[in-house]
Design a protein around this ligand. Sequence first.
Ligand SMILES: *[C@@H]1O[C@H](CO)[C@@H](O)[C@H](O)[C@H]1NC(C)=O
Ligand SMILES: *[C@@H]1O[C@H](CO)[C@@H](O)[C@H](O)[C@H]1NC(C)=O
Ligand SMILES: *[C@@H]1O[C@H](CO)[C@@H](O)[C@H](O)[C@H]1NC(C)=O
Ligand SMILES: *[C@@H]1O[C@H](CO)[C@@H](O)[C@H](O)[C@H]1NC(C)=O
Ligand SMILES: *[C@@H]1O[C@H](CO)[C@@H](O)[C@H](O)[C@H]1NC(C)=O
Ligand SMILES: *[C@@H]1O[C@H](CO)[C@@H](O)[C@H](O)[C@H]1NC(C)=O
Length: 476
Amino acid sequence: MFSKLMVSASLALVAQAALPAINTTGNAFWNTETGERFYIRGVDYQPGGSSNLTDPLADETICMRDIPYFEQLGINTIRVYSIDNSMDHTACMKALDAAGIYLILDVNTPKASISRVSPSCSYNSDYLQNVFATIDEFSSYDNVLGFFAGNEVIDSVNNTDTATYVKATVRDMKKYLKARNYRQIPVGYSAADVTSNRYLAAEYFNCGDDEDARIDMFGVNDYSWCGASSYTVSGYSQKVALYSGYSIPIFLSEYGCNTVKTDGARLFTEVEAIYSSQMAAVFSGGLAYEYSQEANDYGLVQISDDGLNVTTLTDFDNLKNELNKTSNPSGNGGAVSTYSISSCPTYEAGIWEANNTLPDMPEAASVYFTSGAGTPQGTGFATQWSCYDDDSDADSEDSSSSFSTTTTAAAVSSTLSSSIVSSATASGKAATSSSKAAGSIVDVPVIFNLMIGGVDGSLAVAASVAALAFGTALTI
Ligand SMILES: *[C@@H]1O[C@H](CO)[C@@H](O)[C@H](O)[C@H]1NC(C)=O
Ligand SMILES: *[C@@H]1O[C@H](CO)[C@@H](O)[C@H](O)[C@H]1NC(C)=O
Ligand SMILES: *[C@@H]1O[C@H](CO)[C@@H](O)[C@H](O)[C@H]1NC(C)=O
Ligand SMILES: *[C@@H]1O[C@H](CO)[C@@H](O)[C@H](O)[C@H]1NC(C)=O
Ligand SMILES: *[C@@H]1O[C@H](CO)[C@@H](O)[C@H](O)[C@H]1NC(C)=O
Ligand SMILES: *[C@@H]1O[C@H](CO)[C@@H](O)[C@H](O)[C@H]1NC(C)=O
């Protein structure tokens, strides 16, 4: 239970020393102070989910409520899918730091993200302003482990073309970090487990001569270990084989299949495999999906409607016990620093449609490199609306139109909310079809597809957004 006592305990910790930064060398993460290998032992964290999207790092009453539970779990990392870049995050970031916890942050919001239906038009200077303003807000914290430029933007066989624009965003983020003299925080991509293109995506984001356009870390959302499975039955062994030789760190950015339960709960026995020496040569740990119980039933804790009471579920105890009995491999865990970057997959219609020639950064975004991103616009900034403009490379001045279309924006948010139910339903379906034997296409809890105005599980959302943005021009 949340209490004043816990708040003061956490506040007392704030005075303690800062965590050392984590960097990447070869296919692993390293503690830059001790030189030891760093394994992600984490949970995905977005209380409220997408139905009540809330920045948990801007509100001390939320993060201070939850940090004691992170400490009980013994984790060292959380991943947050969406924040409000106009808010101050100092108190929560310091409290996380004091608790020994790093942050992996996705830089998108539901309204400012690369669109699956119209990726080219959504990659514009307003979008980059929002991304860069998020970097401005977070880059000073040493406990930021990395940024995700995108989450599951490719979630199907038919939207691999979106990767071009996500990779352009990766490039712009890395160049921006350099231009602004920020710490070179790793920039990555978090991939859906789409059988037909998951390895092509891994290669694509880690290929090409421009070092800035290559990701620094690759997250895979993987729900293939269900119940009391095993290294071979789950297919983990095949994933290790698939990704072996990959030159940068890979980790499970989401794990925790919920289709098989024992006494109503997930066992989380995959933890023992994830931190075993056989996996550690290829994978650097993972994050269990997810901290709070939401409509899609992946929670470790139940949070009361008023946000005041946290109740741990059996899933919480099981994950905690598994993490506690599973140490990291000793030494460097088989990390390798001499693998080569990947070769770029070639364009193949219907299979891999991303372009190895990236679009230039929109001219209007150049000013941010010299003066910073300027005023952060928060979660209301709808950058996909610049697709309305004749010039798809919208200037910042045009962004006022995003704010003036109140009715339309409201229509979109209500579409987002009403799609939660179907999204959660789709999630169950996706997870069901995720068992290896089913020869699944995608293993995803679809809830965070909404972050990118998605198709697939949230097809209704994408369709409405597309219809609103392009009139009847676009048919899905
Ligand atoms: C990362 O940190 C480790 C440990 O301090 C160090 O040996 C390595 O050179 C660093 N790598 C980079 C790319 O800075
Ligand atoms: C893309 O594929 C998904 C299945 O993965 C399907 O539901 C959707 O309709 C397809 N979209 C288009 C535009 O073909
Ligand atoms: C949404 O989340 C906020 C912050 O936790 C909370 O105060 C509010 O009660 C929630 N709203 C709903 C409808 O659950
Ligand atoms: C919170 O939990 C405490 C102790 O279990 C209980 O007395 C209280 O009624 C709960 N409050 C809410 C709002 O659920
Ligand atoms: C397990 O818990 C004990 C007691 O809190 C702690 O000393 C130990 O470091 C934990 N082990 C791991 C692997 O987290
Ligand atoms: C790839 O991008 C280049 C440069 O923008 C463009 O000329 C070319 O047509 C694109 N190729 C495909 C297959 O989209």
